[in-house]
Design a protein around this ligand. Sequence first.
Ligand code: NAP
Length: 145
Amino acid sequence: MVTSEYPEFVSFTKKWHSAPYPLITATRPELSESGKNVVVTGGGTGIGQGIAIAFAQPGAKSVTVIGRRLEPLKTTAAKITHKSSGKAEARYKVADLQDRQAVDKALANVVASVGKVDILVSSAGVLPKKRSCCRRRPTCHSESL
Ligand SMILES: NC(=O)c1ccc[n+]([C@@H]2O[C@H](COP(=O)([O-])OP(=O)(O)OC[C@H]3O[C@@H](n4cnc5c(N)ncnc54)[C@H](OP(=O)(O)O)[C@@H]3O)[C@@H](O)[C@H]2O)c1
């Protein structure tokens, strides 16, 4: 059994979804992302990867994932290509979001390559170890977001 240092999650809704369901499926034409350029920070893993793929499936023109590690970004890019049957242009840029110059450079490259960014998803982040806010370093919040 997996134990967690966090309290057990309490759902505020009656039904719990862990995958897209018909009402919000990315394949509904009226929810089409056709022709859009999407950038997802933290797109190499977890929620960001899921979001990146979910934008690619209904027809985004390009999906760029940004993170610090190259390998997870490459993996996501391959999944974007596969899940969109090669229709979405899968792109990745290595950048640390705490490095303003690196972020500016990555985004400038995206714009120069595919055009203006239509959708930016900010999914990069870390969950700090559980402890009082008072004892956190001042940089803790910028590392988290
Ligand atoms: N999963 C949950 O249940 C849950 C619940 C509430 C909130 N959240 C928050 O939602 C966000 C995503 O969660 P997740 O579960 O998808 O976590 P995850 O799998 O750890 O993904 C976080 C991503 O952010 C990237 N990242 C972290 N710091 C970065 C930085 N300085 N610059 C660029 N990229 C950075 C990581 O890639 P690199 O390490 O390669 O940079 C990683 O791909 C996190 O902020 C998390 O705290 C998650």
